[in-house]
Ligand binder design. Sequence first.
Ligand code: 13P
Length: 259
Amino acid sequence: MRSKIVAGNWKMNLTFAEAETLVDDILDLFDDQDEMNCEIIICPPLPYLELLTDYEFDEQQFNVGAQNCSAYDKGAYTGEVSAKILKSIDVDYCIVGHSERRKYFGETNEVLAEKINRLIENNMSPIYCVGEVLEEREAGRHFEVVKEQLEKGLFHLDGDAIYDTIIAYEPVWAIGTGKTATPEQAQEMHAFIRSMVKERYDEATADEIRILYGGSCNAQNATELFSQPDVDGGLIGGASIKANDFVSICQQASVIGKE
Ligand code: 13P
């Protein structure tokens, strides 16, 4: 049985003081809950990673992820942060290929494949994002687009490395728009992604790999999305920087995870 994951992508939000307050509020809310039966990953802006990795968590275990890393290993790449640097401060996860990076920073599937290689070399888990834009869905090309993103960005990995990877399906038209994919649309694409993993690797890998949904996932719709058989949790943007909403989403994942 795959355990659920809730990952919070804070994007480029919050000052340091606001981030501290958010973490304190989240921890206070967790204090009132039983231990969650799901994995939680928080992906803050880069300068705040150590704020999270340094926390002494009691009951609830958090994992910490970066939102991006360099495609290069080390050296004269001013402004870049390598997987090795992230790992050296106990960051174990990293989002790769978010649609905002594909769109605003021109990141191609080929560059993303290199980023994934650096993460795997440093024993980190990539959270690889795929998803179509609205025109592609309207043209009925969404499966084709996601297939290409998987084949070019991820499926070069061998059978061992793919086990450490999480896939996030984020339809671009649903990100930050309040227009969530229906549970049926999410399930259909997640089942397609899982079938692709089975075709490229094997059934056991397809059964194990976690596929998260992202795009206007919130405290109101988390349960119905996470209840879909191939939806293993969520990659949460806006709702992850609201303590009550984020903890509610984690709680919903935990309840479904126990069923
Ligand atoms: P929203 O939840 O704000 O739509 O963002 C989703 C996302 O991009 C997470 O990576």
